[in-house]
Design a protein. Sequence first.
Length: 761
Amino acid sequence: MSDPFHIEEPQNSAVSAVSEAASAPYLAQLNDPQREAVEALDGPVLVLAGAGTGKTRVLTTRLAHLLRLGHARPYQVLAVTFTNKAAREMRERVGHLVGGPAEAIWLGTFHALGARILRRHAELVGLRDNFTILDADDQVRLLKQLLAAENLDDKRWPARVLMGVIQRWKDRALTPDKVSAADAGDLAGGRLVELYRDYQERLKTLNAADFGDLLLHNLTIFAGNPDVLAEYQDRFQYILVDEYQDTNVAQYLWLRLLAQKHQNIACVGDDDQSIYAWRGAEVGNILRFEEDFPGAKIVRLEQNYRSTGPILGAASGLIARNQGRLGKTLWTEVNGGERVRIRGVWDGEEEARTVSDRIEDIQRHGRDGTPLPLNEIAILVRAGFQTREFEERFLTLGLPYRVVGGPRFYERLELRDALAYLRVIQQPDDDLAFERIVNRPKRGIGDASVQALHVAARSAGTSLYRAAAELVTTDELRPNIRSSLGNLITDFKRWRALNGDGRDGLPHPELAEMVLDESGYTEMLMNDKSPEAPGRLENLKELIVAMEEFENLAGFLEHVSLVMENTEAAGSDLVNIMTLHSAKGLEFDTVFLPGWEEGLFPHQRNMDENGLAGLEEERRLAYVGLTRAKKDATILFAANRRVHGQWQSAIPSRFVDELPPEHVDVDSEPGVYAGNRGLDDMGHGQALGYGGGRPRSPKRDMESTLILAEPQGFNIGERVFHQKFGYGRITAIDANKLAIAFEKAGDKKVLDSFVVPADAV
């Protein structure tokens, strides 16, 4: 194999190469820790690269430096990234630095490199080298076939959910024979391991593999064929890994095996930005690097080139609360900068108004007299349902925006389905809406039956709905399909009668809830065990909240139509709305972080399911959010929020109190608590409540049940009542915070203003 970087000079070539590389211009552009990470070529190296510290530059420069020094030929280097985009960019940068093509380097994603090795040794795991790689839909279809063959109910055990479990097993490097009974549980009636085994055998028959197999088969080959493993251990003299904190177990084992001989493995990552445990990432991989590779060199990149001092100080103070971290503190040479704002507001609607007012102010006055593009502004939310109020507000103002990493609120699958039901109630001849939901959730009305409806509708010159109403009275369709279709038509007639045009029937938000429940749509999502299902349910409840702002169903549907019509015609300069998970790796001049309330952020489900590990991941997510901001960061929380359609009082996130007071400015509405730092000269914070008297609008007067008693003295052991959590006993008191063992909700920490003595209820 030819090597475009190999120097043929027989004498002094190595010396001249070292001398040339040592004075290379690309080294002069690095700060001291970056240069240390680049030049530490031999032995295991872990580069702890904080947010905005130039990790990509270090990784690509290190790779180029290896080649310029002649330590290895391109094909002896393995460089692993997490995305194809990152791999392309690294290849281009390395080619530029070394002055030649970098095609011979084994550079790519884990999946791409795993597939490359697997094609060379496919026969060792029962495949041929032209095997097919199945996508997610094909995987689910194949598993559905196996479920049918085993007479397992796909409605009770959805194939997509079971496939998610199988893929998580593969991420943990578990072949069917390694899955324990505890891991398997009673999934698929206790037969999921058997299904997993059948699925793997079926893949071999089809000469196919899925994405999880690409590394899993590699591990099987290496374990059973020491000569093959030795070949790759000999070849890869240097290994470089990006985003090491995001590796799963299978990726970790694959890397560790390949690095065993030469031990020249350099991993770049940030334990403080490990936020993908829900998709298999193991932060423990980076935390135990020194155990896996004794004598490893640790280089910390702490000089940040992105954010101001106050933002970095706030983020560093927050993340320092985590126990599971290797530790580093970001700093910058840039002086000045505004402190992080903490803004407490009354409710979610006011939160959106506060953000939009600030954005408009930035538009009018710019920053330092310079107009700020909307592209440089981001709103980072913890949960997808939070985007709705911002979208509604921006549409009202004509403020252009984009939802990054996902559809806009009303474009989401579950919302399109719900809206389709409502459209058919309002207008039965809406064929597109009727066809969308006629078999969702599944009613046994397949493509052939829908085609029969189309034929009947065209023949009679009528709509699908009216054709269906006629067909259920004849014998053209099978009895079971007539029954399902007839029940649906009956439901629509009843719902339409209850709608009463918004005058005499049910209020349209209540009608929508009834439709979602009685149609089986809510139950379908409740039975869906996929990670997306809880978010979909939250979005449907947010839909009900949105409907309450309109007089009737017709007005709401017209509003949605106008919203959906609002495209990105305003051009590419748009405010960015996205989840915190989607924001990793991005940066913006101005960042808004709404919804910093207990239960929402940190998210209660993550803490309930994962305990301290879940809380620490939530804190890392907060750290990621703060460090996206270059010059301006604003944290917001609301005293009240609609959760699952119900008004609930909220307490600020514990993360608010964990921010170092010297790096934040509290700027909240009167009467709204803004953390434990002082709002008065004595340093005493006011409890989250409404101490300024009655609410200030008719809408808030309607929610008078949320007005809480003034804070009062309590004693340990006293029985109290909380509006959300019910009755409980106080177990500990810390200033105005009470630890309470609730009879039904378990142990919680709340503010004293949110409880009253039990005998007062």
